[in-house]
Design a protein around this ligand. Structure first.
Ligand SMILES: NC(=O)c1ccc[n+]([C@@H]2O[C@H](COP(=O)([O-])OP(=O)(O)OC[C@H]3O[C@@H](n4cnc5c(N)ncnc54)[C@H](O)[C@@H]3O)[C@@H](O)[C@H]2O)c1
Length: 310
């Protein structure tokens, strides 16, 4: 298929484009930042460019990953978020449903972040007595920043364009896969690797898994019509763990991985004291036939094979 990938110079885009090509797709990358995986240097906020690209390149599918996201919140005004994340998404959907458009499907890279209110984020220090068990059914969403608000607005545009025009759209609410060190309160200051491996228990995936989930969604979109799916590494936890996860996360982890404490001790690593949310990615397996290849169990096995050396 001829696939338009927006955000093709970004962290996800750079990983996704070669994988799509390996899968036999003909890829057109679009991003304002030039790069080896970007054919068209430009913005999705420009409707004419988007319309021309889809028409002239005979685009059959769109993977929409271009966005301003969380790191941009501190450096870009809210209006830029609306222009790129909302108007940019609208421009792509308009082009996808234009008369004679060859587009047969759209995959939208959304975020689990739009399901996280200030109350969930405050966790135990904010008075929570149980971790939030988060599925796609979560209602009354109250995104806590302009990033989440504009991503949620874009999701609604996707739903509306499917409803009104029938174009198949799969929304992937992806957990974090960014490579930067974390600025969150729960981060382990001594080791970013330690932080990221801990997060694979409940709120992270690798960028390779993120890319592969978009390819799985591309394949399944026509059969699904419209759907919203959380993507995160498979969690070992169950709903019944939620109270214990807030109160004493290391104890819960030790129940599932009895040798983790010894391995972590040898590595000089530590577990988060409290876990505030768990993203349940079970639906991805059910509807996309997709599960992340790398999770906490795999990373712990690597640590074990190195005798606890990180
Ligand atoms: N990184 C994460 O942890 C994470 C988690 C959940 C969802 N996401 C989503 O995944 C997607 C990719 O994220 P990423 O981590 O690769 O971020 P990134 O910042 O590395 O990549 C985003 C790309 O979008 C491009 N972009 C910005 N404005 C654009 C415009 N007007 N037109 C076209 N492209 C534009 C940027 O230049 C950049 O190359 C984003 O939609 C993001 O919201 C990311």
């Amino acid at each position: 298929m001829r696939v338009l990938v927006t955000g093709s110079s970004g962290w996800l885009g750079r990983t996704l484009v070669p994988r799509l090509q390996q899968a036999g797709h003909d890829v057109v990358g679009l991003d304002p930042v030039p790069g080896p995986t970007t054919a068209i240097v430009g913005s999705i906020a420009e409707p004419d460019l988007v319309e021309r690209t889809v028409r002239d390149r005979a685009v059959e599918a769109i993977i929409h990953a271009g966005a301003l996201h969380k790191p941009d919140v501190a450096r870009r005004p809210a209006a830029d978020f609306v222009a790129v994340n909302v108007q940019g998404t609208l421009n792509l959907l308009e082009a996808a449903v234009a008369p004679g458009s060859p587009v047969t499907r759209v995959v939208f890279a959304s975020t689990t972040s739009l399901m996280i209110s200030e109350a969930i984020r405050a966790g135990r220090t904010g008075g929570a007595t149980a971790a939030a068990w988060i599925t796609e059914d979560m209602a009354d969403l109250r995104p806590r920043n302009i990033y989440g608000v504009t991503k949620l607005a874009a999701e609604h545009l996707c739903r509306l364009y499917h409803q009104d025009h029938g174009v198949p759209v799969v929304i992937l609410r992806t957990a974090r896969f960014f490579p930067e060190a974390d600025d969150m309160a729960h981060a382990i200051p001594q080791s970013d690797d330690n932080t990221k491996v801990n997060e694979l228990l409940f709120r992270r995936l690798t960028v390779e898994d993120a890319a592969d989930s978009h390819i799985a969604a591309l394949d399944r979109a026509p059969a699904l019509g419209f759907d919203t799916v959380i993507v995160s590494a498979p969690t070992p936890f169950v709903r019944e763990d939620c109270a214990a996860l807030i109160a004493d996360a290391p104890r819960v982890v030790a129940r599932y991985f009895p040798d983790y404490r010894a391995l972590y001790e040898r590595a000089g690593w530590s577990m988060f004291e409290s876990i505030d949310r768990v993203y349940d990615a079970a639906k991805a397996t059910r509807v996309l036939g997709f599960a992340c290849r790398t999770g906490f169990a795999e990373k712990l096995a690597e640590l074990r094979s190195r005798g606890g050396t990180p």
